[in-house]
Design a protein around this ligand. Structure first.
Ligand code: SF4
Ligand code: SF4
Ligand SMILES: [Zn+2]
Length: 264
């Protein structure tokens, strides 16, 4: 297996994975979306809501605010906690929100009792309050995984595509129709013949193949090479998200291994 880093930002990582099956690449993608535990607001008690939104809409919006925890690993998922899931500082973190209009209620107005926990972004608008309107609530966040609810989804836009192979035969007369047809500027004419430049950006749409009357373009996916793009919700840095996803898969594999060993 080969790994080549293509792009790294706080919220996004893109890499080329070669010498693996589609199931392997997809396993990491799926784990990023559904198996990496993070904090999200789980329960609220709404004491006052005179805004234009129903209580349920407020609850839905506040649940989807991504949260950052300085010490995420110190929190347990409720079912794994020593309290047995009834709720304690080891598996939940309380918050308050109290605001009176006029003005916008932003994510930064959610105040957690633990100073190490906060919304990932300050200015996510939740609801606009008119003169004298109020929003007062308290509640708590818990740590769970994305397969339980999208609000615990640490990876949001996660996808992969095969790396393409593009070759142009001697039948090419350099007419340039494929260059015009390509929406991603992959092809150029060099020395009278079409040539692929940045194949990492090719979407395998085949518009170039359709445009070529000389049938000079051979375009095919490389079946064991994948360009993987992982974008996080903001709760966990993209790099850590992939590392945590891989750890989750590894833990499951070890668990399976030991269960199989018990059987033999
Ligand atoms: S397959 Fe699509 S994106 Fe790729 S080179 Fe051809 S036209 Fe461009
Ligand atoms: S359309 Fe075909 S013949 Fe024309 S430049 Fe592209 S590959 Fe060559
Ligand atoms: Zn607990």
């Amino acid at each position: 297996m080969n790994f080549e880093l293509l792009e790294l930002r706080e919220d996004r990582i893109r890499y080329l994975l070669s010498g693996v099956s589609a199931a392997f690449a997809n396993g990491i993608r799926r784990a990023c979306m559904s198996e990496v535990p993070i904090l999200a607001i789980d329960e609220i008690n709404l004491y006052d809501n005179t805004s234009v939104l129903f209580d349920e809409q407020i609850g839905l919006r506040i649940g989807e605010v991504p949260l950052v925890a300085d010490e995420l690993d110190l929190f347990s998922q409720p079912e794994d906690c020593q309290c047995g899931g009834t709720g304690c500082p080891g598996c939940r973190v309380d918050f308050m929100l109290s605001k009176e209009g006029p003005g916008m209620v932003y994510s930064e107005d959610i105040q957690f009792t633990d100073p190490g926990v906060r919304p990932a972004f300050d200015k996510i608008p939740l609801v606009i309050l008119g003169e004298g309107e109020k929003l007062v609530m308290e509640g708590y966040a818990t740590k769970r995984v994305g397969k339980e609810h999208s609000k615990w989804q640490a990876g949001t836009l996660c996808g992969y595509k095969n790396l393409p192979s593009i070759t142009v035969s001697e039948a090419c007369d350099g007419c340039g129709k494929c260059v015009e047809a390509c929406p991603r500027d992959i092809l150029v004419i060099e020395e009278g013949r079409a040539k692929a430049t940045n194949i990492l950006e090719c979407s395998l749409c085949k518009l170039c193949v359709g445009a070529c009357e000389a049938a000079a373009i051979d375009l095919k996916p490389i079946h064991d090479s994948f360009v993987v793009s992982i974008e996080g919700s903001g709760s966990v840095a993209a790099k850590d998200l992939v590392a945590r996803a891989v750890d989750e898969i590894k833990m499951r594999a070890l668990d399976l291994d030991s269960k199989l060993a018990e059987l033999s």
